[in-house]
Design a protein around this ligand. Structure first.
Ligand code: FAD
Length: 317
Protein backbone atom coordinates (compact mmCIF):
# COMPACT_ATOMS: atom_id res chain seq x y z
CA UNK A 1 0.00 0.00 0.00
CA UNK A 2 1.34 3.36 -0.99
CA UNK A 3 0.77 7.03 -0.32
CA UNK A 4 0.07 9.07 -3.44
CA UNK A 5 -0.13 12.86 -3.79
CA UNK A 6 -2.08 14.59 -6.58
CA UNK A 7 -1.40 18.22 -7.48
CA UNK A 8 -4.83 19.46 -8.56
CA UNK A 9 -5.10 22.33 -11.00
CA UNK A 10 -7.60 25.14 -11.36
CA UNK A 11 -8.08 27.55 -14.22
CA UNK A 12 -10.31 30.61 -14.20
CA UNK A 13 -11.61 29.47 -10.83
CA UNK A 14 -12.64 26.03 -12.15
CA UNK A 15 -11.14 22.70 -11.15
CA UNK A 16 -9.67 21.02 -14.23
CA UNK A 17 -11.05 17.60 -15.20
CA UNK A 18 -7.55 16.21 -15.49
CA UNK A 19 -7.20 16.60 -11.71
CA UNK A 20 -10.07 14.14 -11.21
CA UNK A 21 -8.45 11.80 -13.73
CA UNK A 22 -5.20 12.16 -11.75
CA UNK A 23 -7.06 11.05 -8.61
CA UNK A 24 -8.29 7.93 -10.46
CA UNK A 25 -4.69 7.18 -11.49
CA UNK A 26 -3.53 7.83 -7.92
CA UNK A 27 -5.91 5.16 -6.61
CA UNK A 28 -4.38 2.58 -8.96
CA UNK A 29 -0.89 3.57 -7.79
CA UNK A 30 -1.87 3.59 -4.10
CA UNK A 31 -2.95 -0.09 -4.21
CA UNK A 32 -5.47 0.52 -1.43
CA UNK A 33 -3.24 3.02 0.35
CA UNK A 34 -3.71 6.72 1.00
CA UNK A 35 -4.52 9.29 -1.69
CA UNK A 36 -4.04 12.95 -0.80
CA UNK A 37 -4.33 16.06 -2.96
CA UNK A 38 -3.02 19.61 -3.03
CA UNK A 39 -4.52 22.88 -4.20
CA UNK A 40 -2.33 25.92 -4.77
CA UNK A 41 -3.39 29.56 -4.70
CA UNK A 42 -5.82 31.90 -2.93
CA UNK A 43 -9.43 30.60 -2.79
CA UNK A 44 -8.40 27.26 -4.30
CA UNK A 45 -9.61 25.50 -1.15
CA UNK A 46 -13.17 25.89 -2.48
CA UNK A 47 -12.49 22.81 -4.64
CA UNK A 48 -11.43 20.55 -1.77
CA UNK A 49 -14.90 19.01 -1.42
CA UNK A 50 -14.96 17.80 -5.04
CA UNK A 51 -11.52 16.28 -4.63
CA UNK A 52 -12.86 14.50 -1.54
CA UNK A 53 -15.83 13.14 -3.53
CA UNK A 54 -13.25 11.68 -5.95
CA UNK A 55 -11.29 9.92 -3.26
CA UNK A 56 -8.77 12.38 -1.79
CA UNK A 57 -8.64 11.65 1.94
CA UNK A 58 -6.75 14.85 2.76
CA UNK A 59 -6.50 18.05 0.75
CA UNK A 60 -3.56 20.35 1.53
CA UNK A 61 -4.33 23.95 0.60
CA UNK A 62 -1.41 26.34 0.03
CA UNK A 63 -3.25 29.64 0.01
CA UNK A 64 -0.28 31.86 -0.88
CA UNK A 65 -0.54 34.99 -3.06
CA UNK A 66 2.55 33.96 -5.04
CA UNK A 67 0.63 30.87 -6.20
CA UNK A 68 -2.29 32.84 -7.66
CA UNK A 69 -0.74 32.44 -11.12
CA UNK A 70 1.68 29.77 -12.23
CA UNK A 71 5.36 30.63 -12.11
CA UNK A 72 7.96 27.86 -12.29
CA UNK A 73 9.86 29.08 -9.22
CA UNK A 74 6.89 29.51 -6.90
CA UNK A 75 5.17 26.25 -7.85
CA UNK A 76 8.41 24.25 -7.69
CA UNK A 77 9.19 25.63 -4.22
CA UNK A 78 5.67 24.95 -2.94
CA UNK A 79 5.45 21.45 -4.43
CA UNK A 80 8.88 20.47 -3.10
CA UNK A 81 7.98 21.68 0.42
CA UNK A 82 4.71 19.75 0.29
CA UNK A 83 6.42 16.57 -0.91
CA UNK A 84 9.04 16.93 1.85
CA UNK A 85 6.17 17.16 4.34
CA UNK A 86 3.90 14.42 2.94
CA UNK A 87 6.63 11.98 1.81
CA UNK A 88 4.52 10.32 -0.88
CA UNK A 89 5.62 7.24 -2.81
CA UNK A 90 4.23 8.79 -5.97
CA UNK A 91 3.08 12.21 -7.18
CA UNK A 92 0.54 12.57 -10.01
CA UNK A 93 0.00 15.71 -12.08
CA UNK A 94 -1.85 16.47 -15.30
CA UNK A 95 0.27 16.56 -18.45
CA UNK A 96 -0.73 20.20 -18.84
CA UNK A 97 1.37 23.31 -19.38
CA UNK A 98 1.86 23.42 -15.59
CA UNK A 99 2.45 19.70 -15.05
CA UNK A 100 4.89 19.46 -17.94
CA UNK A 101 6.91 22.33 -16.50
CA UNK A 102 6.89 21.74 -12.77
CA UNK A 103 7.09 17.92 -12.61
CA UNK A 104 10.59 17.53 -14.11
CA UNK A 105 11.91 20.47 -12.06
CA UNK A 106 10.77 18.98 -8.77
CA UNK A 107 11.58 15.38 -9.74
CA UNK A 108 15.16 16.44 -10.53
CA UNK A 109 15.50 18.33 -7.24
CA UNK A 110 14.21 15.39 -5.20
CA UNK A 111 15.83 12.59 -7.16
CA UNK A 112 12.40 11.16 -8.05
CA UNK A 113 11.86 9.14 -11.21
CA UNK A 114 9.56 10.69 -13.80
CA UNK A 115 7.28 9.19 -16.44
CA UNK A 116 5.55 11.88 -18.45
CA UNK A 117 2.54 11.93 -20.76
CA UNK A 118 1.00 8.73 -19.41
CA UNK A 119 -2.04 7.61 -21.42
CA UNK A 120 -2.74 4.32 -19.67
CA UNK A 121 -2.09 2.71 -16.33
CA UNK A 122 -2.37 -0.90 -15.14
CA UNK A 123 -1.74 -2.42 -11.76
CA UNK A 124 1.92 -3.23 -11.29
CA UNK A 125 2.14 -0.34 -12.02
CA UNK A 126 2.74 -0.38 -15.77
CA UNK A 127 2.50 2.94 -17.56
CA UNK A 128 1.67 3.41 -21.25
CA UNK A 129 2.98 6.50 -23.01
CA UNK A 130 3.32 7.59 -26.65
CA UNK A 131 6.69 7.77 -28.38
CA UNK A 132 7.86 8.93 -31.83
CA UNK A 133 5.27 11.72 -31.90
CA UNK A 134 2.44 9.28 -31.18
CA UNK A 135 3.41 6.68 -33.84
CA UNK A 136 4.02 4.01 -31.20
CA UNK A 137 3.36 3.36 -27.52
CA UNK A 138 5.79 2.07 -24.94
CA UNK A 139 5.13 0.42 -21.60
CA UNK A 140 7.28 1.54 -18.69
CA UNK A 141 7.58 0.57 -15.08
CA UNK A 142 9.62 1.57 -12.05
CA UNK A 143 11.57 -0.95 -10.07
CA UNK A 144 12.29 1.17 -7.00
CA UNK A 145 12.26 4.68 -5.53
CA UNK A 146 9.66 7.42 -5.46
CA UNK A 147 8.08 8.47 -8.73
CA UNK A 148 6.34 11.34 -10.37
CA UNK A 149 3.99 10.93 -13.31
CA UNK A 150 2.09 13.31 -15.54
CA UNK A 151 -1.09 12.00 -17.17
CA UNK A 152 -2.43 13.13 -20.52
CA UNK A 153 -5.90 14.71 -20.19
CA UNK A 154 -8.91 12.67 -21.39
CA UNK A 155 -7.20 9.26 -21.29
CA UNK A 156 -7.59 7.83 -17.79
CA UNK A 157 -11.28 8.07 -16.85
CA UNK A 158 -12.19 9.88 -13.63
CA UNK A 159 -14.18 7.87 -11.10
CA UNK A 160 -17.83 8.74 -10.54
CA UNK A 161 -18.11 11.18 -7.61
CA UNK A 162 -19.27 9.81 -4.29
CA UNK A 163 -20.73 12.67 -2.24
CA UNK A 164 -20.54 10.46 0.84
CA UNK A 165 -16.76 10.74 0.73
CA UNK A 166 -15.23 13.86 2.23
CA UNK A 167 -11.69 15.15 2.54
CA UNK A 168 -9.97 16.60 5.56
CA UNK A 169 -8.80 20.08 4.53
CA UNK A 170 -5.39 21.02 5.90
CA UNK A 171 -3.96 24.53 5.38
CA UNK A 172 -0.34 24.21 4.29
CA UNK A 173 2.04 27.14 4.89
CA UNK A 174 4.66 27.47 2.21
CA UNK A 175 7.68 29.73 2.22
CA UNK A 176 8.24 31.25 -1.20
CA UNK A 177 11.30 33.40 -1.76
CA UNK A 178 13.79 34.68 -4.34
CA UNK A 179 11.30 34.55 -7.22
CA UNK A 180 12.97 35.21 -10.55
CA UNK A 181 9.68 35.94 -12.29
CA UNK A 182 6.27 37.26 -11.32
CA UNK A 183 3.06 37.38 -13.37
CA UNK A 184 1.76 40.93 -13.70
CA UNK A 185 -1.09 40.33 -16.09
CA UNK A 186 -2.66 37.39 -17.89
CA UNK A 187 -4.02 38.07 -21.36
CA UNK A 188 -5.94 35.06 -22.61
CA UNK A 189 -6.38 34.22 -26.24
CA UNK A 190 -9.15 31.70 -26.61
CA UNK A 191 -10.64 29.95 -29.59
CA UNK A 192 -14.15 29.83 -28.16
CA UNK A 193 -16.24 28.95 -25.18
CA UNK A 194 -14.90 25.41 -24.77
CA UNK A 195 -11.35 24.77 -23.53
CA UNK A 196 -9.46 23.08 -26.37
CA UNK A 197 -7.30 20.80 -24.24
CA UNK A 198 -10.28 19.35 -22.33
CA UNK A 199 -12.91 19.46 -25.09
CA UNK A 200 -14.83 16.26 -25.82
CA UNK A 201 -15.44 17.39 -29.41
CA UNK A 202 -13.06 19.46 -31.56
CA UNK A 203 -13.70 20.93 -34.99
CA UNK A 204 -10.33 21.77 -36.48
CA UNK A 205 -9.38 23.76 -39.56
CA UNK A 206 -6.32 23.70 -41.78
CA UNK A 207 -4.93 25.65 -44.68
CA UNK A 208 -7.91 24.36 -46.66
CA UNK A 209 -10.19 26.91 -44.91
CA UNK A 210 -8.30 29.49 -46.98
CA UNK A 211 -8.90 32.60 -44.78
CA UNK A 212 -9.89 33.78 -41.31
CA UNK A 213 -13.45 34.09 -42.64
CA UNK A 214 -13.23 30.49 -43.80
CA UNK A 215 -13.29 29.44 -40.12
CA UNK A 216 -16.87 30.78 -39.75
CA UNK A 217 -18.61 27.55 -40.87
CA UNK A 218 -16.35 25.62 -38.44
CA UNK A 219 -17.41 27.87 -35.56
CA UNK A 220 -21.05 27.37 -36.52
CA UNK A 221 -20.64 23.59 -36.48
CA UNK A 222 -18.75 23.82 -33.17
CA UNK A 223 -21.54 25.90 -31.66
CA UNK A 224 -24.14 23.24 -32.53
CA UNK A 225 -21.96 20.40 -31.23
CA UNK A 226 -20.73 22.20 -28.09
CA UNK A 227 -17.24 21.75 -29.48
CA UNK A 228 -13.97 23.69 -29.31
CA UNK A 229 -12.28 24.95 -32.47
CA UNK A 230 -8.68 24.00 -33.18
CA UNK A 231 -6.31 24.41 -36.11
CA UNK A 232 -3.29 23.05 -37.91
CA UNK A 233 -0.07 24.99 -37.89
CA UNK A 234 -0.66 25.61 -41.59
CA UNK A 235 -3.76 27.64 -40.70
CA UNK A 236 -1.96 29.47 -37.86
CA UNK A 237 1.08 30.28 -40.02
CA UNK A 238 -1.24 31.64 -42.71
CA UNK A 239 -2.74 33.95 -40.05
CA UNK A 240 -6.22 32.47 -40.38
CA UNK A 241 -6.36 32.00 -36.61
CA UNK A 242 -4.39 32.39 -33.41
CA UNK A 243 -1.51 30.09 -32.42
CA UNK A 244 -3.35 29.27 -29.19
CA UNK A 245 -5.53 27.05 -31.42
CA UNK A 246 -2.65 25.05 -32.87
CA UNK A 247 -2.81 21.30 -32.39
CA UNK A 248 0.20 19.09 -32.97
CA UNK A 249 3.77 18.38 -32.05
CA UNK A 250 4.52 22.04 -31.32
CA UNK A 251 0.95 22.90 -30.34
CA UNK A 252 -1.61 21.36 -28.01
CA UNK A 253 -2.03 17.62 -27.62
CA UNK A 254 -5.70 16.71 -27.58
CA UNK A 255 -7.62 13.48 -27.10
CA UNK A 256 -11.29 14.29 -27.60
CA UNK A 257 -14.04 11.74 -28.20
CA UNK A 258 -14.57 13.25 -31.66
CA UNK A 259 -12.09 15.18 -33.82
CA UNK A 260 -13.37 16.68 -37.08
CA UNK A 261 -10.45 17.73 -39.32
CA UNK A 262 -11.49 20.14 -42.06
CA UNK A 263 -9.03 20.94 -44.84
CA UNK A 264 -6.09 19.46 -42.95
CA UNK A 265 -3.67 17.28 -44.93
CA UNK A 266 -2.54 15.15 -41.96
CA UNK A 267 1.17 15.93 -41.64
CA UNK A 268 2.95 13.80 -39.02
CA UNK A 269 3.46 16.87 -36.83
CA UNK A 270 -0.31 17.46 -36.78
CA UNK A 271 -1.09 13.79 -36.13
CA UNK A 272 1.22 13.95 -33.09
CA UNK A 273 -1.34 16.19 -31.42
CA UNK A 274 -4.60 14.47 -32.31
CA UNK A 275 -4.14 10.86 -33.46
CA UNK A 276 -5.23 9.53 -30.05
CA UNK A 277 -8.68 11.04 -30.49
CA UNK A 278 -11.32 8.35 -30.05
CA UNK A 279 -13.11 8.99 -33.37
CA UNK A 280 -11.55 11.01 -36.20
CA UNK A 281 -13.59 12.43 -39.06
CA UNK A 282 -11.66 13.96 -41.97
CA UNK A 283 -13.12 16.29 -44.58
CA UNK A 284 -10.73 16.88 -47.46
CA UNK A 285 -11.18 17.34 -51.17
CA UNK A 286 -8.04 15.31 -51.92
CA UNK A 287 -8.80 11.56 -51.62
CA UNK A 288 -5.05 10.89 -51.26
CA UNK A 289 -4.64 13.21 -48.23
CA UNK A 290 -2.72 11.35 -45.46
CA UNK A 291 -5.33 12.36 -42.87
CA UNK A 292 -7.60 9.64 -44.32
CA UNK A 293 -5.10 7.01 -43.12
CA UNK A 294 -5.87 7.83 -39.48
CA UNK A 295 -9.53 8.79 -39.98
CA UNK A 296 -12.36 6.52 -38.83
CA UNK A 297 -14.70 8.30 -41.23
CA UNK A 298 -13.56 10.18 -44.32
CA UNK A 299 -15.58 12.62 -46.41
CA UNK A 300 -13.99 13.47 -49.77
CA UNK A 301 -15.41 16.86 -50.64
CA UNK A 302 -15.26 20.61 -50.35
CA UNK A 303 -15.41 21.60 -46.68
CA UNK A 304 -17.41 24.72 -47.56
CA UNK A 305 -20.20 22.44 -48.79
CA UNK A 306 -19.81 19.57 -46.31
CA UNK A 307 -19.47 21.53 -43.04
CA UNK A 308 -22.69 23.60 -43.45
CA UNK A 309 -24.54 20.37 -44.36
CA UNK A 310 -23.29 18.73 -41.15
CA UNK A 311 -24.30 21.81 -39.14
CA UNK A 312 -27.80 21.74 -40.64
CA UNK A 313 -28.17 18.01 -39.89
CA UNK A 314 -26.89 18.28 -36.30
CA UNK A 315 -29.28 21.18 -35.68
CA UNK A 316 -32.14 18.74 -36.35
CA UNK A 317 -30.97 16.32 -33.63
P1 FAD B 1 -1.74 21.65 -45.96
O1 FAD B 1 -0.73 20.59 -45.79
O2 FAD B 1 -1.51 22.70 -46.97
O3 FAD B 1 -3.12 20.92 -46.24
C1 FAD B 1 -4.31 21.60 -46.62
C2 FAD B 1 -5.31 20.53 -46.99
O4 FAD B 1 -6.55 21.15 -47.24
C3 FAD B 1 -4.95 19.72 -48.23
O5 FAD B 1 -4.94 18.34 -47.91
C4 FAD B 1 -6.04 20.06 -49.23
O6 FAD B 1 -6.41 18.95 -50.04
C5 FAD B 1 -7.18 20.45 -48.30
N1 FAD B 1 -8.15 21.37 -48.88
C6 FAD B 1 -7.91 22.53 -49.58
N2 FAD B 1 -9.06 23.13 -49.87
C7 FAD B 1 -10.06 22.36 -49.39
C8 FAD B 1 -11.47 22.45 -49.39
N3 FAD B 1 -12.12 23.50 -49.94
N4 FAD B 1 -12.19 21.47 -48.80
C9 FAD B 1 -11.57 20.39 -48.24
N5 FAD B 1 -10.22 20.25 -48.20
C10 FAD B 1 -9.48 21.23 -48.77
N6 FAD B 1 1.66 21.26 -38.05
C11 FAD B 1 0.63 21.19 -37.19
O7 FAD B 1 -0.55 21.13 -37.61
N7 FAD B 1 0.86 21.21 -35.84
C12 FAD B 1 2.09 21.26 -35.31
O8 FAD B 1 2.24 21.29 -34.09
C13 FAD B 1 3.20 21.31 -36.20
N8 FAD B 1 4.48 21.34 -35.73
C14 FAD B 1 5.50 21.32 -36.62
C15 FAD B 1 6.82 21.26 -36.13
C16 FAD B 1 7.86 21.20 -37.01
C17 FAD B 1 9.26 21.12 -36.46
C18 FAD B 1 7.62 21.24 -38.40
C19 FAD B 1 8.78 21.17 -39.38
C20 FAD B 1 6.36 21.31 -38.89
C21 FAD B 1 5.27 21.37 -38.02
N9 FAD B 1 3.96 21.43 -38.48
C22 FAD B 1 2.93 21.34 -37.59
C23 FAD B 1 3.64 21.70 -39.88
C24 FAD B 1 3.25 20.46 -40.66
O9 FAD B 1 4.41 19.84 -41.17
C25 FAD B 1 2.34 20.86 -41.85
O10 FAD B 1 3.02 21.81 -42.65
C26 FAD B 1 1.00 21.45 -41.44
O11 FAD B 1 0.37 20.60 -40.50
C27 FAD B 1 0.12 21.58 -42.67
O12 FAD B 1 -1.07 22.19 -42.32
P2 FAD B 1 -2.40 21.90 -43.16
O13 FAD B 1 -2.69 20.44 -43.14
O14 FAD B 1 -3.44 22.82 -42.66
O15 FAD B 1 -2.00 22.43 -44.62
Amino acid sequence: MKKVLVLAETRDGQLRNVSLEALAAAHVLAEGGEVVAALFGPDSGAHAAVLGHHGAGTVYVADHAALAQYTPDAYAQALKQLIDFVSPDAVVLGHTAIGRDVAPRVAARLGYGLISDVTGLEAGPVFTRPIYAGKAFQKRTFTDGAIMITIRPNNIPAAAPDTGKTATVVPFDVEIKDLRSIVKEVVRKTSGKVDLSEAKIIVSGGRGVKSADGFKPLYELAEVLGAAVGASRGACDADYCDYSMQIGQTGKVVTPDLYIACGISGAIQHLAGMSNSKVIVAINKDPEAPIFQVADYGIVGDLFEVVPLLTAEFKKV
